[in-house]
Design a protein around this ligand. Sequence first.
Ligand SMILES: Nc1ncnc2c1ncn2[C@@H]1O[C@H](COP(=O)(O)OP(=O)(O)OP(=O)(O)O)[C@@H](O)[C@H]1O
Length: 475
Amino acid sequence: MALPGFNLPGLGIRSTSTPQVTGTSAPDVEQPSRREELAPQSEWRFEAGFIQSYSVRLVSGHAELFGVELAQNQTHNLSGLKGAVFTWQGCELEVIGEAESEYSAQETEYATEWINLHGMLESARDGASEGPRVLVVGPDSTGKSSMVRSLAAWAVRQGRAPTVVHLDPREGLLAPPSSLTAVTIVSQMEVDGWGISPMTGPSLQPVRSPLVYHFPYATPSERPNAFKAIVTRSALTTLNKLEEDPLAKQSGIIIDTPGGLNDPKSNYDMIHHIISEFSINLVVALGSERLYNDLNRRYTSKSPEDAIAVLKLAKPGGAVERDNAYMKQLRARQVRQYFFGSKESLNPHSHSIPTNDLTIYRAKPASSDAALPSFGAEDEDDYDPAATSTSSSNTMYEKVAPSLAMTGALIAIKFCSSNSEEATIRDSAIMGYLYVADVDEARKKVRFLAPHPQRWGDRALVWGTWPEAAADLVR
Ligand SMILES: Nc1ncnc2c1ncn2[C@@H]1O[C@H](COP(=O)(O)OP(=O)(O)OP(=O)(O)O)[C@@H](O)[C@H]1O
């Protein structure tokens, strides 16, 4: 059966494998530039703002940004990014523009740990029909996403096709925030992102069609059971998909998680759920001794055939916190790039639709039913992914008439019909997103921006509480 794909016109993903020019650009205006010599196994750490132009060019030697190699003499725009250009053998960089912070660092033991882990995963892949299934957990800002990206990039460089599962709704992967994405990476990624983070130009086709689910809340703890149900569905579909693709199956899965799952009070309920649904066989705990010890105790005490390896790795010295203001800008940029592409190269299509022709479900804020035995707040024992609660008042969605309050919101188009049951709507993958450009209450019309000219037919539309409205997408 063909699996649903996701429309990503703004994200540098194309339906053909025609190679494009790599994601590079020259800085717009004359910027101060300087040369930096990096010693072997050191890195250039930077925190670049969204407004100022900031880019690097590899002049000589070899360097990579979280596993993705920099090509020599190409300028990579890094504005709005925080990260590190790392070199194993030493290199010379040209740095152009101003960053909020930048320095070269020698304390990079984390890179050796990560490459050793990569070597371990490669050994597990060699000759196996089914590759390793790795879950990366840890508190916020401990380098989880950077490590997942590095492991995936190194695997691709060795001809593998790893599947990355991204379970953090705060930040999109190949999709706007509120997306939970599973994607098999088949060719090298952008130096400066997966395809949605700040990119500076057209790109090689980096991935196959991602499978995207919609979790319109900032953290899984707002709707734990909905999150678990979506994880269950995503795991089923992802694992089925791997059965059709021997290379992807052999390459294995790497799962990135939000820091909020590191929650001893819940007895790590959601981590256990992911481990069980994806049949994880290696857990990497980053930056938390306690988490490592708790998981290690639980999983290594099992019988040898059921044992799950748990590894502890330190937080990289360069990993930094990203404050609310930064994350808000990042989300706005991800939403904008979905519709307009990097460098504003796309024109979204406008659809003006009578309100009577629309069926829109509002994903209710979790706080709105806090006093009730909520859809997302039961004990683990009560958890039933097939459960639906349309008959009670504590539903996750409610049908709403379009109103001015929707202006600027993202609307997910689900792969299910508009009159589906709540659990079906919740668990359906999504075709893509619409942006509410304008609601004309007097003329009873809503104007949407969509990446495609085609209408979406009779699909359930979901207006989430997350991310926040992007007010300035159209003027
Ligand atoms: N070695 C490094 N040098 C400089 N910056 C780094 C380094 N490692 C990670 N970072 C940056 O630190 C920030 C936090 O890292 P990352 O996103 O990988 O952590 P995380 O654990 O996934 O965080 P969260 O759980 O909040 O999503 C990111 O902006 C990342 O690019």
